[in-house]
Ligand binder design. Sequence first.
Ligand SMILES: [Zn+2]
Ligand SMILES: [Zn+2]
Length: 240
Amino acid sequence: MGLQAALHLLYPPQCLTCDALVTTDFGLCGPCWRETPFITGLVCDLCGTPLPGEDPGHTVHCDDCLTLARPWARGRAALLYKDNGRRIVLALKHGDRLDLATPAAGWLRQAAAPILAPEMLVSPVPLHWLRFLRRRYNQAALLSAALARLAGLDHCPDLLTRPRNTRSQEGRSREGRYENMAGAIRPHPRHTARMRGRKVLLVDDVMTSGATLAAAAEACLTAGAAEVSVAILARVAKQP
Ligand SMILES: [Zn+2]
Ligand SMILES: [Zn+2]
């Protein structure tokens, strides 16, 4: 009997978001699976928002991405930020469920598969150090480390820094969010050489307006990255 099988006898695997027992590791039970809004089908190639209709055989973008500046090239999201998708993000963010990072990165890897490239350098969207100290970890960094490991890609946890402690994005208009984030993220001087001429994959837990990701992507391009793509665990999307 393998170690894993032995562990299963001692600790039968539990559903990630309830107490039900499940037959696989890193899985959800049937009811939780149905409550979890995984994004499938046709999606916006820049932000991963699901779009109505069949695959037209060419790249499509959502209305937001047609009107807002998106300095990155492509993007995917694993979940919609609602129902169990929202609960998973909040549990990871507030630190009570750090064990969710690996299975969540597995879903993210699946969603991002069409945009992954073997030479990519994976990095999280940074937290300001004060917030990092308060929380003791950056949930985006947990996700990006697990995603890089699963996909066999290089990882740099501090490719970018956030020297300025921006105030919360909550309650701001879209314009306000962009203004608040402008210039707030910088390339880490020690790692700029590492991203020069290279494709970078930025990872974050949630995308709302995209202002934070835009600031992070711009910092990478300023440092000479060849191209930036984004992988987001959960996309806040307007209800169709
Ligand atoms: Zn469950
Ligand atoms: Zn979009």
